[in-house]
Design a binder for this molecule. Structure first.
Ligand SMILES: *[C@@H]1O[C@H](CO)[C@@H](O)[C@H](O)[C@H]1NC(C)=O
Ligand SMILES: *[C@@H]1O[C@H](CO)[C@@H](O)[C@H](O)[C@H]1NC(C)=O
Length: 234
């Protein structure tokens, strides 16, 4: 058998079925991008060529070479490994194929956190105030949640949990800030996550926790009624 021609390589990728018979012969390729680091620094590109269920050639970017399995595969791998340009082009798929696709898929499967700010302790003359920032139901796991005081990041008096798995693929995280209330001071919680295109800032308004849920529902009903009246024909 002659080794597979290099020029045919891309065609083979797309032409997967050689015959239309019921139990046809199948030539297929399988591309994998394997990584675990959030910054994608350990990205590995694997490409496998198979005839029916048997592997013919495999490329592993960590090894940087093709490996052949059948007679045809061994000869073809030797020829491809001799071609420096082709080898470099295949190696480059870590950056040209894996990393760009990872970014697209990461956004496609990511789920935005629901962020809530709440008062744990309002604070008085003798005790500091405690305010909690919670991010619920987000995916993937990496997230950054931190506090700003008048726009400046706060590093002390902060207690945070890890990203806690809900058990349903989603995560939650909580961070509590201890502070002494001062007038005209702006406290905000910042959330950075793959599902957002920029850091999201949530301001803590000191009056927020005074509003009761009942008060909000009353407002909503009034607004809905007004809208309903407006629609009535007279
Ligand atoms: C690729 O090669 C490296 C180094 O030999 C190995 O650790 C890794 O498991 C291989 N990956 C696959 C998917 O076979
Ligand atoms: C690959 O290169 C080696 C050394 O340059 C040579 O001996 C061998 O014949 C080459 N193989 C193919 C398939 O071109």
């Amino acid at each position: 058998m002659t080794p597979l021609k290099l020029l045919n390589f891309q065609h083979i990728l797309t032409l997967s079925v050689f015959t239309g018979a019921a139990n046809g012969y199948y030539f297929h390729t399988w591309m994998e991008c394997i990584y675990s680091s959030p910054d994608l620094s350990d990205m590995e590109f694997i490409e496998g060529l198979y005839f029916n269920k048997y592997p013919v050639i495999k490329f592993n970017s960590t090894v940087g070479m093709f490996e052949g399995f059948s007679d045809l595969g061994i000869k073809t791998a030797e020829m491809w490994n001799n071609d420096t340009a082709f080898l470099q082009q295949t190696m480059a798929k870590v950056d040209t194929y894996c990393k760009p696709n990872e970014v697209i898929w990461d956004v496609a499967v990511s789920e935005r956190p629901t962020v809530k700010l709440s008062s744990v302790m309002p604070g008085d003359g003798t005790h500091p105030a405690l305010v909690k920032c919670s991010a619920y139901d987000f995916y993937p796991q990496p997230i950054k949640v931190y506090w700003l005081k008048d726009g400046v990041p706060v590093t002390s008096d902060v207690t945070s949990t890890e990203e806690l798995p809900n058990g349903d693929w989603y995560y939650q995280i909580h961070t509590v800030l201890e502070y002494t209330p001062k007038s005209a001071e702006k406290i905000s919680c910042v959330v950075e996550h793959a599902s957002f295109t920029r850091p999201m800032i949530y301001d803590w308004s000191k009056t927020r926790h005074l509003k009761s849920p009942a008060f909000s529902s009353v407002c909503l009903i009034v607004i809905l009624r007004k809208r309903a009246w407006a629609l009535l024909p007279f």
